[in-house]
Design a protein around this ligand. Structure first.
Ligand code: NAD
Length: 357
């Protein structure tokens, strides 16, 4: 059997973090302390199925708050940290970069220091076994436009947006804490995720919900930007394998080998909705008629694609979903979980926060 760990997860109320927490509670013996500030992107309703487990606890904390983090480390005594808390939306980083610098850089630094104090006070055997796993993005590598190359773990960093620059900086901080202080770290860089519980500002849920409401389906520029899509539950399984069995100091790229143009993704969603939600909103003949091209995002990278052969070779991880199976599951999930997204669209999902109604 798998050895039991106490894992401090940051950002566990977010899209990927909640998939990690659901997977840890349902499929492993590990204990979880979820540290999350509950920004607009945090939604405790995504954890409804696991929150009453005796192996789960929640702390509403900002990762920039060092003393609050120290108290969680002292009380929970984690064997590992899985760090997912971040500001994650590229468009928001263009409109207001400050929160990205604060959370992604200052927050990661503050968490590293809290982890290092805890780790340094452990007995030697526990120090060797401790892991600080930083979850990052393939966007740190920049744009692969016009090539057939794939990002590997040694591709030089060339971030384009305030979001990817702040994530790149946080990756460098984590590696420096390994090299300088010996903190046993792991870094993973993953391609675009999609799946259940995805906040509707992101492309796939935004398109599904707009289509169901008969609203325009905005496509940036010519829609030819290529992303490499990974089903979120495949990512969550990869992360749990890395934190358990990854080699400290290493980086692992994670991706689904699913390069798709954005327009292709939108058209696939329209076709699935034709099949699965045939009762269209008034005045809509075909979902594809709702596609509307809008001004491109400034600095928009044209192509990302991941070489995931290292994690496959070393840890035996491969995705279970193809793009076709995963995108179908995702559309079905949104059709069956209207209560979840209605409360997101109306803002009611925020009512669970401390000090509010
Ligand atoms: P998300 O925006 O859905 O969730 C982020 C979570 O972090 C939210 O619950 C939010 O409340 C919390 N948070 C934000 N600021 C915080 C702070 N200062 N203190 C404590 N909690 C805070 O993001 P996601 O899509 O789940 O991404 C999770 C991680 O994975 C991020 O680090 C992101 O960079 C990375 N990533 C995302 C993708 C993707 O496609 N979504 C791909 C690769 C990597």
């Amino acid at each position: 059997g798998e050895p039991f760990m106490r894992i401090l997860v940051t950002g566990g109320a977010g899209f990927i973090g909640s998939a990690v927490v659901r997977h840890l509670i349902r499929d492993t013996p590990h204990e979880v302390a979820n540290v999350d500030k509950l920004t607009y992107a945090g939604n405790l309703e995504s954890l409804a199925g696991v929150a009453d487990s005796p192996r789960y606890r929640f702390h509403e904390i900002d990762i920039c708050d060092g003393p609050a983090l120290a108290a969680v480390f002292a009380g929970f005594r984690p064997d590992a940290v899985m760090h997912l808390a971040a500001e994650s939306h590229v468009d928001r980083s263009i409109d207001g970069p400050a929160a990205f610098i604060e959370t992604n850089l200052v927050g990661t630094y503050t968490l590293l220091e809290a982890a290092r104090s805890h780790w340094q006070a452990l007995p030697q055997a526990d120090r060797d076994a401790f892991r600080f796993h930083h979850v990052s993005t393939d966007e740190v590598y920049g744009d692969l436009a016009g090539t057939h190359d794939l990002f590997t773990e040694t591709t030089p960093y060339a971030p384009s947006s305030p979001y990817s620059a702040s994530k790149a900086g946080s990756d460098h901080l984590v590696r420096a804490w390994q090299r300088t202080y010996g903190l046993p770290t792991l870094v993973t860089n993953c391609s675009n995720n999609y799946g259940p519980f995805h906040f509707p500002e992101k492309l796939i849920p935004h398109i599904i919900l707009n289509a169901l409401h008969g609203q325009p389906l905005p496509v940036y520029g010519d829609g030819a930007q290529i992303r490499d899509w990974l089903y979120v539950e495949d990512h969550a399984r990869a992360l749990v394998q890395v934190v358990g069995r990854g080699r400290p100091g290493e980086t692992y790229n994670i991706g689904g080998h699913n390069e798709k143009r954005n327009l292709e993704v939108v058209e696939t969603l329209c076709d699935l909705l034709e099949e699965l939600a045939p009762g269209k909103p008034a005045g809509v003949a075909r979902y594809r008629d709702l596609v509307t091209f809008v001004k491109d995002r400034p600095g928009h990278d044209r192509r990302y694609a991941i070489d995931a052969s290292k994690i496959q070779r070393e840890l035996g991880w491969t995705p279970q979903e193809t793009f076709d199976s995963g995108i179908r599951r995702t559309v079905q999930w949104y059709l069956r979980n209207e209560a979840w997204w209605r409360r997101v669209l109306s803002g009611e999902y925020r009512l669970g926060r401390l000090g509010q109604g």
